[in-house]
Design a protein around this ligand. Structure first.
Ligand code: FDM
Ligand code: MG
Length: 188
Protein backbone atom coordinates (compact mmCIF):
# COMPACT_ATOMS: atom_id res chain seq x y z
CA UNK A 1 0.00 0.00 0.00
CA UNK A 2 3.02 2.31 0.44
CA UNK A 3 2.85 5.48 -1.63
CA UNK A 4 -0.72 4.94 -2.69
CA UNK A 5 -2.85 8.02 -2.64
CA UNK A 6 -6.52 8.22 -1.87
CA UNK A 7 -9.28 9.13 -4.30
CA UNK A 8 -11.38 12.28 -4.21
CA UNK A 9 -14.98 11.19 -4.59
CA UNK A 10 -17.56 13.97 -4.74
CA UNK A 11 -21.32 13.54 -4.69
CA UNK A 12 -23.16 16.43 -6.29
CA UNK A 13 -26.77 17.09 -7.09
CA UNK A 14 -29.88 18.99 -6.21
CA UNK A 15 -31.17 19.10 -2.63
CA UNK A 16 -32.77 15.94 -1.25
CA UNK A 17 -31.28 13.67 -3.91
CA UNK A 18 -29.90 11.46 -1.12
CA UNK A 19 -26.26 12.54 -1.27
CA UNK A 20 -25.67 12.66 2.48
CA UNK A 21 -27.12 9.19 3.02
CA UNK A 22 -25.02 7.77 0.20
CA UNK A 23 -21.86 9.50 1.40
CA UNK A 24 -22.24 8.00 4.89
CA UNK A 25 -22.98 4.54 3.50
CA UNK A 26 -20.03 4.74 1.12
CA UNK A 27 -17.49 5.70 3.80
CA UNK A 28 -18.71 2.87 6.01
CA UNK A 29 -18.56 0.33 3.18
CA UNK A 30 -15.08 1.42 2.09
CA UNK A 31 -13.84 1.15 5.68
CA UNK A 32 -15.46 -2.28 6.05
CA UNK A 33 -13.62 -3.26 2.89
CA UNK A 34 -10.26 -2.30 4.40
CA UNK A 35 -9.85 1.11 2.75
CA UNK A 36 -9.00 4.26 4.64
CA UNK A 37 -11.82 6.73 3.96
CA UNK A 38 -13.08 9.96 5.52
CA UNK A 39 -16.29 11.89 5.06
CA UNK A 40 -16.31 15.63 4.33
CA UNK A 41 -19.14 17.99 3.49
CA UNK A 42 -19.39 21.49 2.08
CA UNK A 43 -20.39 23.89 3.34
CA UNK A 44 -18.49 22.73 6.46
CA UNK A 45 -20.47 24.81 8.92
CA UNK A 46 -18.22 24.42 11.97
CA UNK A 47 -15.52 26.94 11.01
CA UNK A 48 -15.93 30.71 11.40
CA UNK A 49 -16.52 31.05 7.66
CA UNK A 50 -18.87 28.07 7.82
CA UNK A 51 -20.90 29.74 10.56
CA UNK A 52 -21.36 32.83 8.38
CA UNK A 53 -22.52 30.61 5.53
CA UNK A 54 -24.88 28.77 7.83
CA UNK A 55 -26.52 31.96 9.07
CA UNK A 56 -26.90 33.08 5.44
CA UNK A 57 -28.56 29.77 4.54
CA UNK A 58 -30.86 29.97 7.55
CA UNK A 59 -31.84 33.49 6.41
CA UNK A 60 -30.54 35.01 9.62
CA UNK A 61 -28.08 37.06 7.61
CA UNK A 62 -28.26 38.70 4.19
CA UNK A 63 -25.12 38.72 2.08
CA UNK A 64 -24.47 40.09 -1.37
CA UNK A 65 -24.30 37.29 -3.99
CA UNK A 66 -20.58 37.63 -4.80
CA UNK A 67 -19.77 37.77 -1.11
CA UNK A 68 -21.54 34.53 -0.24
CA UNK A 69 -20.07 32.87 -3.33
CA UNK A 70 -16.56 33.74 -2.15
CA UNK A 71 -17.34 32.55 1.37
CA UNK A 72 -18.38 29.15 0.00
CA UNK A 73 -15.13 29.10 -1.97
CA UNK A 74 -13.05 30.17 1.05
CA UNK A 75 -14.74 27.46 3.09
CA UNK A 76 -13.39 24.88 0.63
CA UNK A 77 -9.94 26.47 0.42
CA UNK A 78 -9.52 26.48 4.18
CA UNK A 79 -9.82 22.68 4.02
CA UNK A 80 -7.56 22.10 1.00
CA UNK A 81 -4.28 21.62 2.96
CA UNK A 82 -5.92 18.97 5.13
CA UNK A 83 -7.58 17.32 2.14
CA UNK A 84 -4.28 17.12 0.23
CA UNK A 85 -2.52 15.73 3.27
CA UNK A 86 -5.13 13.01 3.68
CA UNK A 87 -5.14 12.12 -0.02
CA UNK A 88 -1.33 11.85 0.01
CA UNK A 89 -1.57 9.62 3.08
CA UNK A 90 -3.76 7.24 1.11
CA UNK A 91 -7.06 8.28 2.64
CA UNK A 92 -9.98 8.39 0.20
CA UNK A 93 -12.20 11.43 0.70
CA UNK A 94 -15.93 11.12 0.16
CA UNK A 95 -17.24 14.66 -0.19
CA UNK A 96 -20.87 15.72 0.15
CA UNK A 97 -20.88 18.67 -2.34
CA UNK A 98 -17.80 20.52 -3.56
CA UNK A 99 -16.88 23.23 -6.07
CA UNK A 100 -19.50 22.08 -8.58
CA UNK A 101 -22.23 23.09 -6.14
CA UNK A 102 -20.40 26.39 -5.85
CA UNK A 103 -20.74 26.97 -9.59
CA UNK A 104 -24.18 25.43 -10.00
CA UNK A 105 -25.89 27.32 -7.18
CA UNK A 106 -24.35 30.69 -7.94
CA UNK A 107 -25.01 30.47 -11.68
CA UNK A 108 -28.57 29.33 -10.97
CA UNK A 109 -29.13 32.75 -9.39
CA UNK A 110 -28.33 34.31 -12.76
CA UNK A 111 -30.72 31.95 -14.51
CA UNK A 112 -33.58 32.62 -12.15
CA UNK A 113 -36.43 34.57 -13.68
CA UNK A 114 -37.82 37.27 -11.43
CA UNK A 115 -41.10 35.51 -10.86
CA UNK A 116 -42.32 34.01 -7.60
CA UNK A 117 -40.65 30.69 -6.86
CA UNK A 118 -43.01 27.69 -6.77
CA UNK A 119 -42.70 26.07 -3.37
CA UNK A 120 -42.38 22.32 -3.19
CA UNK A 121 -42.04 20.09 -0.19
CA UNK A 122 -38.61 21.46 0.70
CA UNK A 123 -37.02 22.71 3.88
CA UNK A 124 -36.94 26.34 4.87
CA UNK A 125 -33.33 27.22 4.06
CA UNK A 126 -32.35 29.50 1.25
CA UNK A 127 -32.42 27.79 -2.19
CA UNK A 128 -34.84 25.11 -0.95
CA UNK A 129 -37.58 25.50 -3.54
CA UNK A 130 -38.32 23.55 -6.68
CA UNK A 131 -37.93 26.31 -9.27
CA UNK A 132 -34.47 27.20 -7.98
CA UNK A 133 -33.48 23.52 -7.81
CA UNK A 134 -34.55 23.21 -11.47
CA UNK A 135 -32.03 25.92 -12.35
CA UNK A 136 -29.36 24.24 -10.24
CA UNK A 137 -29.92 21.02 -12.15
CA UNK A 138 -29.51 22.84 -15.48
CA UNK A 139 -26.21 24.22 -14.23
CA UNK A 140 -25.03 20.76 -13.18
CA UNK A 141 -25.91 19.35 -16.63
CA UNK A 142 -23.88 22.15 -18.17
CA UNK A 143 -20.89 21.36 -15.93
CA UNK A 144 -21.13 17.66 -16.73
CA UNK A 145 -20.21 18.40 -20.35
CA UNK A 146 -16.62 18.72 -19.12
CA UNK A 147 -15.48 15.13 -19.65
CA UNK A 148 -12.10 15.63 -17.98
CA UNK A 149 -13.95 15.61 -14.66
CA UNK A 150 -14.91 11.94 -14.87
CA UNK A 151 -18.57 12.31 -13.92
CA UNK A 152 -20.84 9.36 -13.33
CA UNK A 153 -24.57 10.05 -13.33
CA UNK A 154 -26.72 8.28 -10.76
CA UNK A 155 -30.48 7.77 -10.96
CA UNK A 156 -31.58 9.06 -7.56
CA UNK A 157 -35.00 7.42 -7.91
CA UNK A 158 -33.45 4.00 -7.32
CA UNK A 159 -33.51 2.44 -3.86
CA UNK A 160 -30.91 3.45 -1.28
CA UNK A 161 -29.51 -0.08 -1.44
CA UNK A 162 -29.23 -0.23 -5.25
CA UNK A 163 -27.63 3.20 -5.41
CA UNK A 164 -25.22 2.28 -2.64
CA UNK A 165 -24.07 -0.82 -4.51
CA UNK A 166 -23.54 1.18 -7.72
CA UNK A 167 -21.69 4.01 -6.02
CA UNK A 168 -19.54 1.62 -4.00
CA UNK A 169 -18.46 -0.25 -7.10
CA UNK A 170 -17.59 2.98 -8.94
CA UNK A 171 -15.68 4.22 -5.89
CA UNK A 172 -13.66 1.00 -5.54
CA UNK A 173 -12.79 1.10 -9.24
CA UNK A 174 -11.76 4.75 -8.97
CA UNK A 175 -9.57 4.09 -5.94
CA UNK A 176 -7.69 1.45 -7.97
CA UNK A 177 -7.42 3.69 -11.03
CA UNK A 178 -5.98 6.71 -9.26
CA UNK A 179 -3.78 5.16 -6.60
CA UNK A 180 -0.52 5.83 -8.45
CA UNK A 181 -1.56 8.98 -10.29
CA UNK A 182 -0.40 12.36 -8.98
CA UNK A 183 -3.01 14.69 -7.51
CA UNK A 184 -4.47 16.93 -10.19
CA UNK A 185 -6.61 20.03 -10.09
CA UNK A 186 -10.32 20.30 -10.75
CA UNK A 187 -10.03 23.18 -13.18
CA UNK A 188 -6.89 24.56 -14.74
N1 FDM B 1 -24.19 25.58 -1.68
C1 FDM B 1 -23.26 24.69 -1.32
C2 FDM B 1 -23.87 26.70 -2.44
O1 FDM B 1 -24.73 27.52 -2.76
N2 FDM B 1 -22.57 26.89 -2.81
C3 FDM B 1 -21.58 26.02 -2.47
O2 FDM B 1 -20.40 26.23 -2.83
C4 FDM B 1 -21.93 24.87 -1.71
C5 FDM B 1 -20.87 23.88 -1.30
O3 FDM B 1 -25.59 25.41 0.20
F1 FDM B 1 -28.42 24.67 -0.93
C6 FDM B 1 -25.58 25.40 -1.22
C7 FDM B 1 -26.25 24.12 -1.58
C8 FDM B 1 -27.30 23.98 -0.52
C9 FDM B 1 -26.75 24.71 0.67
O4 FDM B 1 -25.92 22.65 1.47
C10 FDM B 1 -26.41 23.87 1.86
P1 FDM B 1 -26.44 21.29 2.20
O5 FDM B 1 -25.78 20.20 1.39
O6 FDM B 1 -27.94 21.27 2.05
O7 FDM B 1 -25.99 21.40 3.62
MG1 MG C 1 -29.88 21.42 2.27
Amino acid sequence: MAGRRGALIVLEGADRAGKSTQCRRLVQALRDGGHRADLLRFPERTTEIGQLISSYLMKEKDLEDHTIHLLFSANRWEHVPLMKEKLHQGITLVVDRYAFSGVAFTSAKELRPDEAAGRGDFGSERYENSSFQEKVLQSFYHLMKDETLNWKTMDASKTIEDLHREIKSIAEKTIQEVHNKPLGELWK
